[in-house]
Design a protein around this ligand. Structure first.
Ligand SMILES: N[C@@H](CCC[C@H](N)C(=O)O)C(=O)O
Length: 290
């Protein structure tokens, strides 16, 4: 235990096995602006707690200009809670779809939000509204942005990819085979992408068709490597698949998206909003001085 740190509470949770360390910091007095080295130490799967990212749980009232980064809500603004998300490498992202379901589950379990009502949570991509129903959590992820066409590579293999923005950047590539022994490979390294299209890096999704309105995917996440699931990635995949199927928001389509860590249901509504539904659980709590 590092001698210079006072022990503080943490929780561990996951959504379809995309796992997170949660840091309650309601008044912003415990962690301040989380430094990347500490996030890396917390997410380390051998020397730390282990996780694909960190969710700092902080009141918007406690934010100051430097705490939450670009796009953060105004200090003291509504809603009450801000999800301060960091990737495992310590970098900041605008949004985390699986993380925000876990964040809402945590608020409810701690009596900090009423599960009978929609729960608004501020993120760097604006306010998301979350509804809980039994084991499932639905997030209104807002409108998708279908941007240009691009390309991703693994080794010598190239695939066309659709640039979809869900608040954070995605490249969606339809492939014939997801197996780690096939062309997509083990994804130990980030897939190649066009840095002019994605100057801040990209989350890359590889997708195969499983049936009508049913796909399976693997993802290499910016800042976290291959993960077992990515909520924003599943939303990007659904929108790209729907577009390829000749569908748009007016069709109100719903797709099943299978990921290595579980299944998410994604709908694209006539109001041009993407609704993501899936499980979210908090599995442990403790004290750390990392
Ligand atoms: N796993 C997340 C996405 C986390 C952020 C991403 N790695 C990025 O840098 O944009 C999800 O469930 O959406």
């Amino acid at each position: 235990m590092p001698a210079h740190r006072t022990p503080y509470p943490f929780l561990k949770g996951h959504g379809t096995e995309n796992d997170f360390v949660l840091l309650p910091d309601h008044d912003g007095t415990v962690h301040g602006d989380l430094d990347p080295a500490r996030v890396r130490a917390l997410c380390d799967r051998r020397a730390g707690i282990g996780g694909d990212g960190v969710l700092r749980v902080v009141r918007t009232a406690a934010l100051d200009g430097g705490v939450a980064g670009p796009g953060s809500p105004a200090p003291g603004g509504s809603p009450e809670w801000f999800m301060d998300y960091r990737n495992a490498d310590g970098s900041v992202s605008e949004m985390c779809g699986n993380g925000i379901r876990v964040f809402a589950r945590h608020l409810v379990e701690e009596g900090l939000a009423d599960p009978a009502r929609p729960i608004p949570v501020a993120t760097r991509d604006g306010v998301k509204t979350i509804r809980l129903e039994g084991d499932l959590v639905t997030v209104d992820m807002g409108p998708p942005a279908l941007l240009g066409h691009t390309e991703v590579t693994v080794g010598a293999t190239r695939w066309p990819a659709r640039h979809v923005d869900m608040g954070n950047p995605h490249a969606v590539a339809f492939v014939d085979d997801l197996a780690p022994t096939g062309p997509v490979g083990a994804l130990h390294e980030p897939p190649g992408h066009d840095p002019a299209v994605y100057p801040a890096g990209v989350n890359v999704e590889f997708v195969v068709r499983q049936g009508e309105r049913h796909v399976a995917m693997r993802v290499h996440e910016r800042g976290s490597g291959e993960t077992r699931s990515c909520g924003t990635g599943a939303c990007a995949v659904m929108v790209a698949a729907a577009e390829a199927d000749g569908l748009g928001p007016a069709d109100g389509a719903e797709y099943r998206v299978d990921l290595p860590g579980g299944t998410l249901t994604i709908a694209w509504t006539p109001q041009d909003r993407v609704l993501m539904t899936g499980p979210a659980v908090v599995v442990a709590r403790g004290t750390t001085a990392l």
